[in-house]
Design a protein around this ligand. Structure first.
Ligand code: BGC
Length: 686
């Protein structure tokens, strides 16, 4: 029996965010409020003076790797081969300063180093000698590097509530990313997950602004460290500024309507926390907020981001977003106008990424006086500063360094720890779990034997659905269950695919001779537009599987492997136990099996409100009016499971809650303490 007094210091959060958004970033300023020169700022100034307009607009251009290779974009064949004409045209003639992406799929470190060396060798032949800044989506580890350590997606990390672990994982990701000579990671997502229908909900740290801010801060600390010229660190990127995560339609890249008060209360604080932690880059929201596309919103990009939050680094567009101002948003008549609007609004770098019109047209715009030279110099100064800070001029690749821990057992253990700590036990009637080792278990359901389902998107490929890019030797739930309980105790019948029936009858037959049925339901990988859905309810085929299994009377455990909370209220009463696994990645199979056997005592807690009904998508910090209806009875606050919910295999009692004082000063702190007692027999992390 353990008793611990937990003491929490709560900081007073002002409802009007204004008060805490004043410049807090560590910038060196003198008494006249002018920035003091540093060795890097001197170098940048000197270099800038030598640069022509063509050099400058090239620096502001980011192209996809496809644009340097033999073959057509989106269909680059292996082995990846540079096209000598294309690479020279882009890097020398157009002086393109940044490249991104993977030309189709993940690549081994050796190949990455060869690619980056090839690019830098050409790029640095320019008169200015400026190296390329390469950016990559490293979302849950080095997911585009073959053999890298893959850990749970952000929504699962949030369920651990473990900041120091998140910091360690971000450091692992940085190590393995820089080992491939890739210095810029497009992560973390700091959008607050307020809409559970959104296809990128699982990329968030959940629905609570403070949790998102803390996890985001930890990610920046782990990824960037104190010095990004360290060959084990990268620069990270705040995504996606701002208001992207609460589209009115619930669909990706559509309009958000957010009163300024909500913007400040919910969506800006994580960005402020990351700026304070030294974030060096930011990616802009592809959608629009209050009718204004993110990429032309100068109030957000200048007044809020620069003046209020104090951000000094690079603002990069999202994929093709200046083009989208014409084709999707319809706010610019043509591409050239769109470039003028976005650069004048405060964009520093355009993720073009598939043509060379951007630098050509931007140059014309400056010559025509439509974009001021000062705006160009400001953007290029930011880009060069980051390149110097990364040490790219001295070491454009990291090939001189050794990375013995890449994909190591030590790193894998951390990914496993995260997967274990994320496991969230939502229901456990009559103590069905843990399952005794002697039980006969039927495993069924569409996510039971799929590494792709557990990893989610941004794994090997963008959508993460191609099994050819899965990490070799990693265990699915089925394989890990066979290891944990013995092959002879496990029977497997898939039953259904995500939304089609395969062989439910066979599964039902097998359930009759099993002591317990473990049904792994949920989703297959998706991200961005391909992940849009019209119904948050779990697909019908899966509901049917669970209903028919329940008719056998065999006790049921549901394992949810899903990126957003699919509604299961029809089948939840049919299950004795429900385990939420989120997207636990490569070690997820082991984490699930150990949790079902009791080797792991689950300690994850929901970082969002799990809805019960499709029309009651309310977060935990609802208004009184959302709940109270004295006359007609409807109450939108009936979640399936509440924010913060999570059971374990022991009994934890809370008592003696005490608040140190009745008063709290503006921006002050207050101590709250509570007695926590483990009255059960097994240890627990609480
Ligand atoms: C996504 C970003 C991503 C970028 C680069 C975009 O489509 O919205 O999150 O970083 O592509 O791959």
């Amino acid at each position: 029996m353990n008793k611990i007094r937990l003491i929490a210091v709560l900081f007073f959060a002002t409802i009007i965010f204004n008060a805490c958004t004043k410049q807090t970033q560590k910038t060196v300023v003198n008494k006249t409020n002018k920035e003091i020169e540093t060795p890097i700022s001197r170098k940048v100034k000197t270099l800038l003076k030598k640069m022509t307009l063509k050099d400058k607009v090239g620096e502001m251009t980011q192209l996809s790797l496809d644009m340097l290779c033999v073959g057509k974009p989106y269909s680059i064949k292996d082995p990846l081969t540079f096209d000598p004409v294309k690479i020279k045209k882009a890097l020398l003639e157009y002086r393109v300063g940044s490249i991104l992406n993977n030309a189709g799929h993940a690549r081994p470190p050796k190949e990455w180093n060869k690619i980056i060396s090839g690019i830098q060798e050409v790029a640095m032949q320019k008169e200015t000698g400026i190296p390329v800044l390469y950016g990559i989506d490293a979302i849950h580890g080095g997911n585009y590097s073959v053999g890298a350590t893959l850990y749970p997606q952000q929504i699962g990390l949030a369920a651990t509530w473990n900041r120091s672990l998140v910091k360690e994982l971000a450091a692992i990701s940085a190590y393995e990313t820089r080992a491939c000579s890739l210095p810029w990671a497009f992560a973390p997502v700091l959008d607050v997950g307020r809409d559970r229908r959104w296809s990128r909900f699982w990329e968030t740290f959940g629905e609570d602004t403070y949790l998102v801010s803390e996890m985001g801060r930890a990610t920046f600390e782990g990824a960037q460290g104190d010095d990004v010229s360290d060959p084990e660190k990268v620069i990270a990127c705040m995504k996606h500024f701002v208001g992207y995560s609460m589209p009115l339609t619930g669909k990706d890249r559509t309009s958000s309507w957010l009163p300024e008060r909500q913007l400040r209360e919910y969506f800006l604080p994580p960005f402020q926390a990351a700026v304070n932690a030294g974030a060096k880059t930011i990616m802009i929201n592809s959608g629009d907020v209050n009718g204004i596309p993110g990429h032309v919103n100068s109030w957000l990009l200048k007044d809020v981001l620069r003046q209020e939050l104090g951000f000094k680094g690079i603002a990069v567009t999202d994929w093709e977003d200046i083009h989208y101002l014409v084709s999707r948003h319809h706010v610019a008549e043509n591409y050239k106008d769109a470039i003028a609007m976005s650069i004048n609004a405060g964009i520093d770098m355009s993720m073009v990424p598939l043509d060379l019109d951007f630098p050509r047209l931007l140059k014309e715009l400056v010559e025509e006086g439509k974009v001021p030279m000062a705006r160009i110099d400001e953007a290029v100064t930011r880009i060069l500063t980051v390149k110097y800070e990364l040490g790219l001029f001295k070491e454009p690749t990291t090939t001189k360094h050794q990375y013995p821990d890449f994909g190591s057992k030590k790193f894998r253990q951390k990914a496993l720890q995260a997967a274990l700590e994320s496991m969230t036990l939502l229901k456990n009637d009559k103590g069905l779990l843990p399952i005794s080792k002697k039980s006969k278990i039927l495993i069924t359901g569409p996510t039971a034997h799929s590494l792709n389902a557990m990893n989610g998107s941004w794994t090997g490929t963008w959508q993460g659905v191609d099994p050819n890019w899965n990490t070799k030797g990693k265990l699915t739930v089925l394989e890990a269950m066979q290891q944990e309980f013995g092959k002879e105790n496990i029977d497997y019948v898939p039953g259904v695919a995500i939304d089609t029936i395969i062989n439910i009858k066979q599964a039902v037959k097998a359930a009759k001779s099993a002591d317990v049925a473990v049904i792994c339901i949920g989703e297959f990988p998706y991200v961005e537009k391909p992940g849009d859905i019209d119904d948050l309810t779990l697909p019908k085929a899966q509901l049917q599987l669970v209903k028919e299994m329940a008719s056998t009377g065999t006790p049921i455990v549901l394992v949810l492997i899903e990126g957003r909370p699919r509604i299961i209220q029809e089948i939840e009463p049919l299950a004795n136990s429900v385990l939420m696994a989120y997207l636990p990645a490569n070690e997820g199979g082991i984490a699930i099996a150990r949790t079902l056997s009791g080797t792991n005592n689950p300690s994850g807690r929901l970082p969002f409100t799990y809805p019960k009904y499709p029309n009651d998508l309310v977060a935990y910090d609802y208004r009184g009016t959302d709940k109270a209806d004295r006359y007609f009875g409807h109450n939108a606050i009936q979640p399936q499971w509440a924010f913060g919910h999570g059971l374990s295999y022991t009994i934890v009692e809370y008592s003696d809650i005490a608040v140190e004082s009745k008063n709290i000063a503006m921006n002050g702190a207050i101590t709250v303490s509570v007695l926590v007692k483990n009255s059960g027999t097994v240890p627990i992390t609480e």
